[in-house]
Every structure is written in structure tokens, then in C-alpha cells.
Design a binder for this molecule. Sequence first.
Ligand SMILES: [Zn+2]
Ligand SMILES: [Zn+2]
Length: 320
Amino acid sequence: MVLERQRQPLLPRERPVPPVSEGQLLIQVDACAVCRTDLHVVDGELNDPKLPLVLGHQVAGTVVESRSASFAAGERVGVPWLGWTCGRCRYCTSGRENLCDRARFTGYTLDGGYAERAVADARFCFRLPDGYASEEAAPLLCAGLIGYRAYRMCGDARRLGFYGFGSAAQILAQVARADGREVCAFTRPGDGAAQDLARSHGAVWAGGSGERVPLDAAIVFAPAGPLVVEALRNLEKGGTVVCAGIHMSDVPSFPYELLWGERVVRSVANLTRGDGATFFERLASLHIGTRRTAYPLERANQALSDLRSGALLGTAVLRI
Ligand SMILES: [Zn+2]
Ligand SMILES: [Zn+2]
């Protein structure tokens, strides 16, 4: 499925199998999870995509052809959002390749996984953990990886607030519970289904986003700037509000006293390969279950519109 122009539906296209260069893998895609970032690309809120573009950066599949010593044909592999970095800029050389000036991103500036076949740079791929079918593993590749980076930015906070309970929150709620932390889930007011989902994934409290609950840290997953202020209103001194999305509406002005007391507001951008290694190591002793809705590849537009409208609970996964 191909995005030819932003703000237009994806179109089914037959394309030749892409050539595989040195260091790359040709992958038979089994499943590709849908991320809110995909919506931002389609809707034009991220405005520098390669076009035409194959979306999708939570790609789980099987290596068909390998031109890298790291993977062999037949191995199961995951392709995340970070698809290439320069290795030379001041960010790459200081352990911050997530901030690389010239980074390329799967499903944005590189073709991704809304397809039967994908090509990826082997250095940025991950071996999928045992015990996860491809459809289960796909949401781990962005919601899990970048979510886990955001989670680590919360430090040792005991009570965490999650604003928006979608794909990433349901994964992290399980990690947090295993780490002995409490999760409070803030959803659209009155969204009982999302609140039930949150409780079933271990949240100790679930309610509307305007409610007052003291928090040691918060992660804002929903792309709505006013939630940053709501989170600050609940935040204890010294706590951090982490903005985990790539795009957000404007953050309204707020009184300085909400920030006073060494409170921090920060964003999390992309991931490093080290984040992936750390996250997959964590999964060795913790099995994450996700609520998913599967769509066939040709119904990718439906999956996107269900995510956009909020009709979807959990994660949409394209089954190839
Ligand atoms: Zn994503
Ligand atoms: Zn770089």
C-alpha cells in the first residue's frame, strides 16, 4: 500500500521486489503494526516524507535474503523507526544516534512495512524475541521501544500517569507493574472502554484526563498539548512530564508555579539501537500481552481511520 500524496488514501500498488544492497536484508513482512506517527505522515502533520512512500515502522517478518553477516535467511527480524544514521555527527558519536542530523526513518524517509516485502539496513534491525508471534512482536517495535525510552526518562518515579491509553501505554503498564510501580491512566473523559483496558493491563486507577491524582512522573502519549498542562497540575515536586509523541498540538501557556519545584517537561525523540537491546533484554523475563485488532494489508486505510477516530482499542496490526 503506497502513499503517493499526503492527505490522500493509500493506494494498492504492485511493485518489483526492491534490490538488496550490501549490509541490507530482504524481509518477507508477516505483520506491521500501525502507529500514530503513520497518521501524522498521512495527515501532513509531518511534512517531509519520501513520496511515494510505503508507510510502517513496526515491521515483523522473516529474512528472505541477507547481505549481512548479522542475520541469516529464515531468521525472524523486526524493523523499527530508526532506519539509518550517519555515524559521524556529534550526536552519533556521543551515544545519541536518536538525534542524528541525517537520520533516516522507516516508513517516513525510507520505505517501510505496509507491504509484502521490505528492505532494511541489518545494523538497525532486531532479532525478534522467542515466544512472540510476529503479530504480537510488531507493536513492540515502536510502541514498545520508544515507549520504553520514555518510561526510562521517568527515573525511579513510583506513581506514573499515562495520558492516553493506546498501544504504547498498554505495553508500558505491564512493564511498570512488573517493576512494582503504580500506573494511573488518564483517557478522554467518559471513555469507559479505554479505562477498562487500562485496568485490565494493571492500572491502579483510570479516569478522565482532567482529574486530580498526585503523580511522581507522567508520560503524555496523546498528541494534545493541553494534556502537558494537565499532567503538570498533578505532578509532585522534582517530577518529569515526558512527551512521547513525534507531533503534538500547541502546549497552552501555564503559570510558572506549575513548573516551579524542579519539575521537568521533556520530549523523547526516536530511539537508539541501545534502547532496543535494553528493551528486548527486559522482555527475556517478562511476557507482554497486547490487545490487537488485525486488518488485512489491503484494509490499511481502514486501520488508519479507526486509529484517527479513536474507534480502536489497543493496537492495529496489518497482517500480511
Ligand atoms: Zn511509531
Ligand atoms: Zn549522525
